[in-house]
Design a protein around this ligand. Structure first.
Ligand code: SAM
Length: 257
């Protein structure tokens, strides 16, 4: 992994990806990255984004921290971290991995990010320089039994309302002219594709004064749920009339307010 500070003067040497197609076939399993949480993202995603959009000593806000992939990258890259999740079990797991950490400041909050009052009181007016959001893809993977968990929402409009509420809560604390990224995939419902990525992107553009700077398509080769059963999926896809999802999106926005 590249631990250097990104400087455009060194553009020829940098490992930072600048194309909109990211083919990442080997998950980074080094250090604290354990790949224990169904629905986590590959560490290369936050690594690339943090390197490109922040400097050492700045703070990254992760609205849906999950198993701490972004936090562990922040630690590797010497960025501070504020993370939110509502799954206490995974919060305990992440905290247990951070017992000896001294190099960065980090805070983990058990909080429903759609609840503005609770969000504001947890973040205590701290400003951040980058925001990342990797929410549940509606109800395809259930995370907790809690009512506020976005992974219980099967209705598209409700999901978009709640998700953009969470983004709005976070954006208040992102400094002006800084960047944020949403990592999301599409879903199947009632025998058809619901292009959740497109809807989320449009909902954010409609609601906030932000510029869309990139739509990155990333492969989902070697996903845990699919390993060893590729042939079954191929058979099912051919027998029916659909294509297997092999990609998800990383939308990168710049906040202009
Ligand atoms: C796709 S996972 C994020 C995975 C993470 N990027 C990782 O690498 O482990 C989504 C997370 O959102 C959390 N979540 C769902 N609804 C939430 C809410 N209303 N507020 C905060 N977190 C929520 C879930 O508990 C889950 O951990």
């Amino acid at each position: 992994m590249n631990n250097d500070e990104f400087d455009v003067k060194n553009w020829k040497e940098t490992n930072i990806l600048t194309d909109s197609l990211w083919l990442i076939n080997e998950r980074d399993k080094s250090g604290k990255h354990a790949n224990v949480y169904h629905g986590n993202f590959v560490p290369q995603i936050p690594n690339q984004l943090i390197l490109r959009y922040t400097k050492a000593g700045e703070t990254v806000l992760d609205l849906f921290m999950g198993s701490g992939t972004t936090l562990f990258e922040c630690e590797n890259l010497k960025r501070n971290f504020i993370g939110f999740d509502i799954n206490q079990q995974i919060i305990d797991f992440v905290n247990s991995k951070m017992i000896d950490t001294q190099d960065i400041n980090f805070e983990i909050n058990n909080c429903d990010v759609t609840n503005k009052e609770k969000f504001d009181s947890a973040i205590k007016n701290q400003k951040v320089q980058f925001l990342i959001a990797h929410p549940p893809y509606m109800d395809i993977v259930k995370f907790t039994d809690l009512q506020e968990d976005l992974s219980h929402i099967s209705d598209l409009k409700l999901f978009l309302d709640k998700f953009t509420q969470a983004i709005g809560n976070g954006l208040q604390y992102l400094e002006k002219n800084r960047y944020f990224a949403v990592v999301i995939g599409d879903v199947y419902k009632k025998s058809e594709v619901v292009p959740l990525g497109f809807y989320v992107n449009y909902a954010i553009k409609k609601k906030f004064n932000v510029k869309l700077k990139g739509i990155v398509v990333k492969n989902i080769e070697g996903n845990r749920g699919k390993i060893g059963v590729n042939n079954i999926w191929k058979y099912r896809a051919l027998k029916s009339d659909y294509y297997i999802f092999k990609h998800e999106y990383i939308f990168v926005f710049k906040k202009e307010f």
